[in-house]
Design a protein around this ligand. Structure first.
Ligand SMILES: [Zn+2]
Length: 369
């Protein structure tokens, strides 16, 4: 018993030091990156678990066998550590929301509160995690899912669950009659012999916009590369990589695949699937037609033709300043030092920036056929 008591005292002193350090870190949260927040939250959870273990030993001398868990356990997460998490997430939240956004976020919050039930029963509900509609425990007052939030919506940072970020990266089949099908039928998709609807996946995700804020985006890609795309964009989000916008090309539809793609590019929109011919060829199907190619930040990374005299031209007026300026010092310009380039190539994609002529800096593809 004596040994237990002195061990508990030492642990308590250690916990106090760690908690003070965590509170100081939480205070610095406004300058922390999202991945740092995730690490901090994990540390806080570990401290909480150790505290729970100490209390368990004091009262029953029974060790907890869950103390090594890295995931959030609602019954264990409480008191100082969870308040630290809340402090951090609330700190930079109270402002700057667009009107439409508040509505969406409020909806998300209301749904998550309604669809879930607060765990724990020690009268500390404001510090508990909760179980969302998807059955995953997460931080309180965060958005369960972006599935029902309009693409383009900017999210309040404090509503994004940085611990379970995977909940915001989802893929679903497209079924005749569903909402996505109704948006794309006879536009980016039409029945054909080259690509079946069942081979495509609708991906809903979040990305950092050009203001560095979390924004809802969407893509349609081939099912064979959907895992790659989710892994790549999760990593890009966690590393604060900025993407202007991610809407289906159908939102820019002007009557045919080629001109609609051009319209999407004119809006610096990142997109993937479109059943169309490849740019400039007029007769060969593009890898976009199979959902195996993606155009990333196309204004800053234009499709460039190189002429005999060495001059370079691009079709898009808003991209003129980027056709010759390929310095990675310029924001959003893709070169071999760029994180997106590195992630896409690690996943087996080819980069159009390596082509000789034309050069397509925005284009990554993983041909399947
Ligand atoms: Zn492309």
């Amino acid at each position: 018993m004596k040994d237990d008591n002195s061990r508990n005292k030492i642990l308590e002193v250690m916990m106090t030091v760690v908690i003070i350090a965590l509170i100081l870190l939480a205070g610095m949260n406004i300058i922390m990156t999202n991945s740092m927040r995730v690490q901090l939250a994990k540390l806080q959870n570990r401290v909480s678990n150790l505290e729970t273990q100490i209390r368990g030993e004091k009262t029953s001398q029974k060790p907890s066998d869950e103390s090594e868990s890295d995931s959030y356990q609602g019954d264990q997460l409480e008191s100082e550590s969870a308040q630290g998490v809340e402090m951090g997430f609330v700190k930079d939240s109270d402002s700057k929301n667009q009107a439409g956004l508040v509505t969406n976020i409020d909806t998300g919050k209301a749904e998550s509160t309604k669809d879930s039930e607060l765990k724990g029963s020690e009268g500390t509900s404001e510090t508990e995690t909760k179980t969302g509609a998807d059955g995953i425990e997460h931080l309180p007052d965060t958005i369960d899912s972006v599935l029902n939030i309009e693409p383009g919506t900017v999210l309040d940072e404090s509503k994004v669950d940085g611990v379970n970020i995977g909940r915001y990266f989802t893929e679903n089949p497209i079924v005749p009659g569903d909402e996505v099908y109704d948006r794309i039928i006879d536009k980016s998709y039409r029945p054909n012999e080259d690509i079946a609807l069942e081979e495509l996946r609708y991906i809903k995700l979040i990305h950092r916009n050009f203001d560095g804020k979390p924004q809802v985006g969407e893509l349609i890609v081939n099912a064979a590369i959907s895992k790659d795309i989710i892994e790549i964009f999760t990593e890009l989000y966690l590393k604060n990589y900025q993407v202007c916008s991610m809407h289906l090309v159908d939102d820019y539809w002007t009557g045919d695949g080629e001109s609609s793609d051009a319209n999407s590019i004119d809006h610096d929109n990142t997109s993937a699937f479109c059943y169309r011919f490849s740019t400039g060829s007029g007769s060969n199907l593009s890898n976009h037609a199979y959902g195996c190619a993606i155009d990333l930040n196309p204004r800053e990374n234009p499709y460039v033709k190189v002429h005999e005299d060495g001059s370079r031209t691009t079709y898009h007026d808003n991209a003129q300043e980027y056709k010759d300026n390929r310095s990675s010092a310029t924001p959003h310009v893709i070169d071999e030092n760029d994180l997106a380039y590195q992630l896409f190539t690690e996943h087996g994609f080819e980069w159009g920036g390596h082509w000789q002529n034309p050069i397509d800096y925005q284009h990554f593809q993983k041909p399947l056929y």
